[in-house]
Design a protein around this ligand. Sequence first.
Ligand code: 2NL
Length: 364
Amino acid sequence: MSSEAVDHDAQVEAVREAFEREFGRFARFRAGEGAEGLSLGEAETLLRELAELRTRHTAKKSALAQLMKLIGRVPAEERAAFGQRVQVLNGEVTARLDEAQEALKAHVGRLKIERERLDVTLPGRRPRRGHLHPVTQLRQRIEDVFVSMGYAVEDGPEVETDFYNFTALNIPELHPARSPQDTFYTTDGLSLRSQTSTVQIHAMQRRRPPLRVVAPGRVFRRDTPDATHNPMFFQVEGLLVDRGINMGHLKGTLSEFVRRLFGAQTRTRFRPSYFPFTEPSMEADYSCFKCNGRGCRLCKGSGWIELGGSGMVHPNVLRAVEIDPEEFSGFAFGLGIDRMCGLMYELDDIRLLFENDVRFLEQF
Ligand code: 2NL
């Protein structure tokens, strides 16, 4: 053996050692093992580093490539042995790189499949469905009853002029209802409607008699909020104008209304009252839906529950919308939806209906 041949062998060994030093941290990745427990990110980083390591140790300018080139230049008698050693080294390096790469790739593949796993047999997520507000539910039931009796449902603005809120309703100039103590005013003299009669006035102007309308909606009064008052509440008003209408029609209508809403056993009674916009005026009561008139806590022992105010439309109201009170007469009534809603659900505070707390509302 020549001294040159020893040098060549040493070179092969040096290249092997250099590879093994750097490859050391990848050595544990063998056929299908060693990568367990690596995260996707870790495994991908290792794959990238392994590819760089492969380039460094096997590409054109690598020490291994230099050895390959050297094969043709060693003396002919050493060439076969040297060539074989270099090829063996090359084979080993490539095999170890491939094996580690395969192990890491397989692990990355498994993690990606796991990440995208989808159980199509899993039950779907049920969407959380809400429902209408209890005041809206009751308003719609009330509307349905009147629609079935031939009434049209009307809507109108919540901000009104003096004419619609007061003057047309025969409310005198100095009536307390007009004072800013009772009614909300805007800076330019408009007011938030204090009853939905405003809608009825518009309806009479637009439709002309004979007419039947109900007007549900928000109304506003400057009350201090407590268990039974809120400065904003919901009302339904009804109005019928035709030839020959009398108190009998009004009593029949309200009696039928409460029977449709609370059942055929429901009775009514009427008491004289006063409103500027009706003459004569009366308050209507109906027999308690809970005790059927025997007297209970809900009806405060009386057996009766207040429905609302009503009466024959005042001739001045008809004149305000140019309807001849000699030719036409009508009746009107108004009731509070939220007050009725509070009674039906036995709420001890009406304000619960307006706090919009889902934990409360979802019970209805
Ligand atoms: C109540 C009382 C009432 C009316 C409203 C009315 C409307 C027109 C003409 C005449 Cl356009 N009257 N509405 C009549 C009587 C009573 O409401 O207790 N509301 C909660």
